[in-house]
Design a protein around this ligand. Structure first.
Ligand SMILES: Cc1ncc(COP(=O)(O)O)c(C=O)c1O
Length: 453
């Protein structure tokens, strides 16, 4: 039995009417990737306001690894609703904040004493990690990577790479943020090839310390272990051992931004584990709390305790309802073994994608870890010209045919998978059928997009 049910053209009349009201009342900058308005959601299935049923490969941009309205998360939220909603941790503390901090200290990579601060969003976690790194090292500079995304507040924007739509027009940005190439092997900034390159991009950071910013001025390197908005760029395994060694040598802290890659998405609780990376600080958000806004920075206790009382946090940081939800999320990930499930889903996808890659020149690269998988589309494998317009068409075809899917990438030519990890195999395959039909349609529409004989 199919999950997708289409009873009106998508977007349907109610979605279109809401879109008219939205355009009049809401800023253009608060963009949404589809014109579909939601009425109800459960696990990996969304019902829109017109009664259409869609499969969700976006999970609210990777926030729903445990699925929409996970029953254990709802139960935890309901219990907390009957107790209190908010006191501000800055005024009256509560146990769930502490329990969550204890849990995050225990499960984040690295077997050293840790401490945690809770905030509201991924960008706020990034802001705080950078504040902490600067306060601890008493150094000003931050090193970030090309193609990185860290959020929309000013420091996070400065660390973000992609100009449009994230940075253009919002200048000037905070000073002392420097950028070096990431291990984007498919589009190597040095035109080298792995493994012959010996991971030149990581080693070349030493060169940046001579030509760009002095090593002794750098407080931290901030890095996504698998790049999210940048297009699920997955570095070769040695990248992080070289980067860690460089950081250690120069007394630079390593901040792993696990906002998108965390909480079982990559087949491990944190993507860092897939690389044996033990960062000094980890930023987390998105899937941490099963759909409620909550974020965290966890890291070495001696680093985290550097700022005085009142220096970190905020009015809503670590909201008690979100903390209870997060504790339930961690239980669900463990009890349902969602890391193994992520690997299984990733394998199912990789099998299909390998067939597609044989069939269509259009698919330049298939990459990712666990269920954090993506397709990069190119007009030709020779030129690797990004197929941005075609990628947009694919995403549109998908929602029109009952699949919510997101694009990504500096060139907008990547389709990424962020479905809830509780999706069934049948739903995953049904979604992939729609994606396959979308790619076929894009190939047929665009004569230039080659299909292998
Ligand atoms: C790696 C990474 N860091 C930070 C952020 C910012 O998170 P938020 O949108 O919750 O501020 C995101 C959001 O997509 C992200 O993917």
């Amino acid at each position: 039995m199919s999950t997708i049910r289409i009873i009106t053209p998508i977007p349907g009349p109610r979605s279109r009417e809401l879109m008219r009201r939205r355009n009049a009342a809401v800023v253009r900058g608060a963009f949404h990737a589809t014109p579909v308005f939601v009425n109800h959601a459960e696990d990996a299935v969304i019902e829109d306001v017109d009664g259409n049923r869609l499969i969700d490969f976006a999970g609210g941009i990777g926030c729903l690894n445990v699925g929409h309205r996970n029953p254990r998360v709802l139960e935890a939220i309901r219990r907390q609703l009957d107790r209190f909603l908010h006191t501000s941790f800055n005024v009256l503390a509560y146990e769930s904040y502490i329990a969550l901090a204890e849990r995050l200290n225990a499960i984040t990579p690295g077997k050293f004493p840790k401490k945690t601060v809770l905030v509201n969003s991924g960008a706020e976690a990034v802001e705080n990690a950078i504040k902490i790194a600067r306060a601890y090292t008493r150094r000003p500079a931050i090193l970030a990577f090309e193609d990185a995304f860290h959020g929309r507040t000013y420091m996070a924007m400065a660390a973000t790479s992609k100009t449009h739509p994230y940075k253009a027009g919002f200048e000037p940005f905070p000073a002392d943020v420097y950028r070096v190439p990431y291990a984007y092997c498919y589009r190597c900034s040095y035109s080298l090839q792995y493994p012959g390159c010996e991971v030149h991009c990581a080693r070349h950071i030493e060169d940046a310390f001579k030509r760009v910013v002095a090593a002794e001025s750098v407080a931290a390197v901030i890095v996504e272990p698998v790049m999210g908005e940048g297009g699920f760029i997955t570095p070769p395994p040695e990248f992080f051992s070289i980067l860690s060694a460089i950081c250690r040598k120069h007394g630079i802290l390593l901040i792993a931004d696990e906002v998108q890659s965390g909480f079982a998405r990559t087949g491990a609780l944190f993507a860092c584990e897939r690389f044996g990376l033990e960062p000094d600080l980890v930023t987390m958000a998105k899937s941490l709390s099963g759909g409620l806004p909550l974020a965290a920075v966890t890291g070495r206790a001696e680093i985290k305790d550097v700022s005085g009382p009142g220096g970190l946090g905020g009015t809503f940081g670590g909201n008690p309802v979100a903390c209870e939800a997060a504790l339930a999320v961690l239980d669900v990930i463990e009890s349902q073994n969602l890391c193994a499930r992520a690997n299984h889903l990733g394998e199912l996808f990789r099998k299909r994608a390998a067939e597609w890659q044989k069939r269509w020149e259009f698919i330049g690269e298939v990459r990712g870890l666990g269920a954090m998988q993506a397709l990069e589309f190119v007009r030709s494998r020779g030129t690797r010209e990004p197929a941005d317009e075609e990628t947009k068409q694919i995403a549109q075809y998908c929602y029109e045919h009952g699949l919510i899917i997101l694009t990504a990438g500096t060139y907008g030519n990547v389709i990424r998978l962020l479905m809830p990890l509780v999706i069934t195999d049948a739903q995953l395959n049904e979604g992939l059928d729609v994606l396959e039909a979308a790619i076929t349609a894009a190939c047929e529409k665009k004569g230039t997009v080659a299909q292998f004989a």
